[in-house]
Write a protein that binds this ligand. Structure first.
Ligand code: FAD
Length: 448
């Protein structure tokens, strides 16, 4: 296929989360045809799975500018800028209306799970004239395989659907798979449809991020009505300092409040905290689980557990990208250019310099990983980051490199960063904490 024909093909977007839909809006704005593939039968299926959770960033940080412009051409009302939506409200008041716009709806293919991407007639090894071959996106839909030829691919498929196991080494603990029926990966709706599952039970929560905090708050609320509910909280960290975060110093007050509320739960002894716990084994006897691990080099056993809730983060799925030339960081599994800035070994905050198509470019021309997935296993991604990513990527795909390179994003800072003092000795970054120099941008604000 000649390059001229190639340019008439649509751009493929994988995933209809906030970032995939924002990419669609930017493509509409630039009159570029596109197809958006969504694995599930509904828009923003990952957000749907945590629809009962209130986000910590207010509406003004959750809306993409191009999407707002499109929506304002319809009867849509801009929500209260300062209000904090739940996942459900994000979908109902923003993502769903966006997906239903006449300029977007006909291009969405619901129930099409992308199972492979390749260059037409070329495997990964073939280099000659590679860039002149279109991509082929293969999807599985109602048990049948479909092939779509496209000129570029924006992978916004997130990570939430591929959770990490609870085993401390990043692999399933012994007995984990055998006890799946008693393990929930994610954030169950404890106060509504899952109440019976958790009321008056012994529950073990594993993980130290915002998802774990949310689960702990809901469980503690459950104990008000069901006082025999007992909560164990298992974390690998030696203490809760970095989990508590910047509190009042956080520029997103709702995010800062999470740390304060956690502190309160600990003070009130509403939960039993197990720090430095590395979970190795889950056994089952008479319907109850025994969890074994290593705590400060000692064997530790927690008995009589009815349910485990795993909030151990998630990881990107690269299986459908085997034939794409990808540059992914060996540690973080993020786009390589971002890794030093978001590596959870060093940073606990999500403040990164603005970045776009230049940093997100893959060795496979016109293939981009964006959104939550661009952060790999790092948990600090914010929607606003993804919106600026796709604005820039779409500008690049339209040939407007001037706009693509002019990236601009100010993220609310957490007020605390996990970067240890002697960071320069680690030689991870050249001159700063989270807003550091790796991306070599001038207008970078440090986070700490
Ligand atoms: C509980 C929770 C609270 C959060 N709160 C905030 C907050 O307050 N502020 C903030 O800025 N960020 C927040 N985030 C982080 C982040 O912004 C969200 O996770 C956001 O949904 C990421 O958007 P995304 O479009 O990159 O991916 P996702 O929303 O995960 O969307 C990915 C989509 O791709 C689809 N998909 C996956 N694989 C395939 C495939 N193979 N083929 C086709 N489709 C596929 C999925 O079904 C899904 O619809 C939160 C995250 C969580 C989990």
């Amino acid at each position: 296929m000649q390059t001229s024909n190639l340019q008439t093909l649509p751009v493929a977007i994988i995933g209809s989360g906030p970032v995939g839909l924002a990419a669609a809006a930017h493509l509409v704005k630039r009159n570029i045809p596109f197809l958006l593939f969504e694995a599930q039968e509904q828009v923003a299926a990952n957000v749907k799975s945590w629809e009962h959770v209130q986000v910590f960033s207010p509406w003004e940080f959750n809306l993409d500018a191009a999407t707002v412009e499109l929506l304002e051409e319809s009867a849509w009302q801009y929500p209260d800028k300062k209000a904090l939506p739940t996942g459900k409200e994000l979908i109902e008041n923003y993502l769903q209306p966006l997906s239903e716009l006449p300029s977007i709806a006909p291009n969405i293919r619901f129930g099409h799970r992308v199972i492979a991407v390749n260059r037409k007639n070329l495997d990964k090894l073939k280099t000659r004239n590679r860039e002149r071959h279109p991509f082929v996106v293969q999807t599985s839909h109602n048990g049948q395989h479909h092939h779509f030829e496209v000129r570029a691919v924006i992978d916004a498929s997130g990570t939430w659907q591929t959770p990490n196991p609870v085993g401390s080494g990043g692999v399933f603990a012994v007995g984990e798979a055998e006890n799946f029926s008693k393990i929930f990966y994610g954030i169950p709706n404890i106060l509504k449809e899952n109440t019976r599952r958790y009321a008056n039970k012994n529950i073990l929560v594993v993980g130290s991020g915002h998802s774990a905090a949310q689960v702990l708050f809901n469980l503690s609320e459950l104990t008000d009505s069901y006082p025999h509910t007992h909560i164990h909280w298992v974390i690998r960290k030696g203490n809760v300092k970095s989990i508590i975060g910047g509190k009042d110093k956080d520029q997103l007050p709702a995010r800062g409040a999470i740390g304060k509320q956690l502190e309160r739960l600990l003070e009130e002894e509403k939960l039993q905290l197990h720090t430095g716990f590395h979970l190795h084994q889950i056994g089952e006897e008479n319907g109850q689980l025994t969890v074994t691990g290593l705590q400060n080099e000692q064997n530790m056993v927690i008995e009589g557990i009815d349910e485990i809730i795993a909030c151990t983060g998630s990881r990107p799925d690269f299986t459908f990208l085997r034939e794409v030339r990808l540059d992914v960081h060996p540690v973080v599994e993020s786009v390589t250019a971002l890794a030093d800035l978001i590596d959870p070994n060093v940073h606990s905050c999500g403040t990164v310099p603005p970045h776009g198509a230049v940093e997100l470019q893959q060795p496979e021309k016109d293939f981009y990983v964006v959104g939550m997935k661009s952060y790999g296993r790092a948990p600090t991604f914010l929607m606003a980051t993804g919106y600026e990513q796709v604005r820039s990527v779409v500008a690049a795909l339209s040939g407007d490199w001037k706009a693509a390179k002019k990236v601009n994003l100010v993220l609310p800072e957490t007020g605390v960063c996990g970067a240890p003092e002697p960071i320069s000795k680690l030689k991870v970054l050249t001159n700063a904490c989270c807003g550091g120099g790796t991306l070599k941008k001038k207008n970078v604000g440090g986070c700490c």
